[in-house]
Write a protein that binds this ligand. Structure first.
Ligand code: ADP
Ligand code: GLC
Length: 497
């Protein structure tokens, strides 16, 4: 199958969150299954220049796209690269006016005022590049609101062109909370007919809604865990689009993300001071833990349970619960380390907690790939009490690194973490700690429960090894995507209704 995957961010070229991880790991896994995959993403020169670590070579193709937008014609060069260690070709859309900026979507806490125009341009560029390069795709796989117009443009404009007639559109929702909503006049930017601006298609309470557009025009919709696929059909999690999603429930599939197990493997990870596997986990983690404590300036105490967190510091990730329970947690014999950036109010709260409890709590505000690996390896427990979590990657990295997670049982957290209750422990399937109530007292009790279980060395070893043993790679999820693509093609051909 020929698949074009469109994403506004992709490792190792750009990243603000899990979407970038998925946009590069899924194509690689699909290529290993024998499919021809091309990734199309914007070229952000300033982000690349600021990045640590190597980037694959990027060269011009000589091709370009010219797009009518906002009353003018805007041109972009098409650059070519590849995903490291794979046969996946990457086309980067080089339009400096839109993408040569200090951030992907935001600068100094403010969304760029022309984001609708930038990603309308990018969505059009995906289809135009496919035409110019004669990609003959079977599937256009768009992701999140930034590429929500791709399915609509395919259906409304490109399907009549040679090379596009049989192509199907698949749209993946990584987060319902970001919908790309703009005022109605931005409909003009899309170049699509006003007839699509109605409550069944692109309009949402008077605004243009690009996430809704992606959902409505795709043959099949996926989201990144089975539980989230159910949750988003309810008013609690659907962010206003639960009705749209339930009306498409027969075309909505939840597929749990995998992990890039080459980057995230404690046995080979070059970013941690001692590699370890299933058998040597406790010796290895002891060395990593001491290193982590030194790095964060915490006392080097092997016996104090060390809890880690790497995250966008936002309410989605449960920071209201974390900061509310932290002072009580700090009274216990434990340590906590936080790495992340996000809402200034939570960042300040964490920093003042670190100042009040210097031997217990340490915070690094920033984005640091190497430190994130050290935390996964050196912590005893991982904390992720998200309000909602479409999939979540760090709980899976934690499981791979033998660091049982404490999570709220929502979305992908519910689909990957199995609670250490008696029944699950008895069956040998428990790998962490789950709770549901969004309550700081409950979170406090869960941490106490986890610390209690750490004292039972045999049970603890079983819990750690159960998490490490499971296959968290993309292999299985990629096979599910292939089945989904097949379904979309059948639907497009009129075989499924
Ligand atoms: P989301 O996309 O909602 O932020 P995910 O769990 O899917 O959450 O993915 C987050 C990704 O970003 C993970 O790969 C995580 O390791 C990484 N990450 C988040 N914050 C940081 C940080 N401050 N430093 C390094 N990596 C980070
Ligand atoms: C989003 C979600 C996160 C998910 C990621 C990749 O950013 O918040 O839960 O893991 O996308 O699918």
């Amino acid at each position: 199958m020929r698949i074009v995957l469109a994403s506004s961010e992709a490792v190792p070229f750009s990243k603000t969150g899990g979407l970038a991880d998925v946009a590069s790991a899924l194509p690689k896994a699909l290529a290993l299954l024998g499919h021809e995959v091309v990734l199309i993403t914007p070229y952000y020169p300033r982000i690349l220049a600021a990045k640590n670590g190597s980037t694959p070579a990027i060269e011009p193709t000589g091709g370009e796209v010219s797009i009518r937008i906002a009353g003018r014609t805007v041109t972009a060069r098409i650059l070519r690269s590849s995903l490291p260690g794979s046969s996946v070709t990457v086309y980067l859309i080089d339009q400096p006016g839109y993408f040569d900026r200090p951030g992907l979507y935001v600068d100094g806490g403010q969304d760029f005022s022309d984001n609708c125009e930038r990603f309308t341009f990018f969505s059009r560029a995906v289809l135009e590049a496919a035409r110019v390069l004669n990609l003959q795709a079977d599937i256009f796989h768009a992701n999140d609101w930034q590429t929500g117009l791709v399915p609509a443009l395919l259906k409304a404009e490109y399907q009549t062109q040679p090379g596009f007639a049989h192509a199907a559109a698949v749209f993946t929702i990584h987060n319902m909370a970001f919908q790309g909503q703009y005022w109605h006049w931005d409909m003009l930017l899309t170049g699509l007919d006003w007839k699509y601006f109605n409550w069944r298609q692109m309009e949402f309470f008077g605004n243009l809604n690009l996430l809704k557009t992606g959902i409505v025009f795709s043959d099949v919709i996926t989201t990144v865990s089975p539980t989230y696929a159910r949750e988003i059909q309810t008013s609690e999690f659907g962010c206003g689009l639960h009705g749209v999603l339930s009306s498409r429930r027969d075309d909505l599939v939840g597929i749990l993300n995998g992990c890039d197990t080459e980057d995230w493997n404690p046995a080979t990870d070059p970013l941690i001071p001692r590699n370890y596997d299933f058998q040597t986990v406790f010796e290895g983690k002891a060395v990593c833990k001491a290193h982590l404590q030194r790095q964060f300036g915490l006392p080097e105490r092997a016996s104090a349970p060390l809890i880690g967190s790497i995250s966008r510091i936002t309410s989605q990730k449960g920071f209201d619960l974390i900061v509310a329970s932290a002072p009580r947690l700090a009274e216990l014999d434990l340590q906590m380390v936080f790495l992340g950036t996000g809402d200034k109010a939570y960042e300040q709260k964490l920093q003042s907690l670190a100042a009040s409890y210097p031997d217990k709590i340490a915070v690094c505000i920033g984005y640091d790939e190497a430190l994130s690996h050290l935390i996964e390896a050196g912590a005893d427990l991982y904390l992720m009490p998200s309000q909602f979590e479409p999939c979540g990657l760090n709980q899976m990295y934690s499981l791979i690194y033998g660091t049982p997670p404490i999570v709220r049982a929502v979305g992908g957290l519910a689909d990957s973490v199995v609670d250490a209750n008696e029944e699950n422990l008895g069956q040998g399937i428990a790998n962490g700690f789950t709770f549901y109530e969004s309550d700081s007292e409950v979170l406090f009790r869960q941490v106490c429960r986890a610390m209690g279980l750490m004292l039972d060395r045999r049970t603890w070893a079983q819990l750690v090894r159960t998490g490490m043993e499971r296959d968290w790679s993309w292999r299985r999820s990629a096979a599910q995507y292939v089945r989904t693509y097949d379904r979309a093609l059948q639907k497009r051909a009129g075989g499924v209704e």
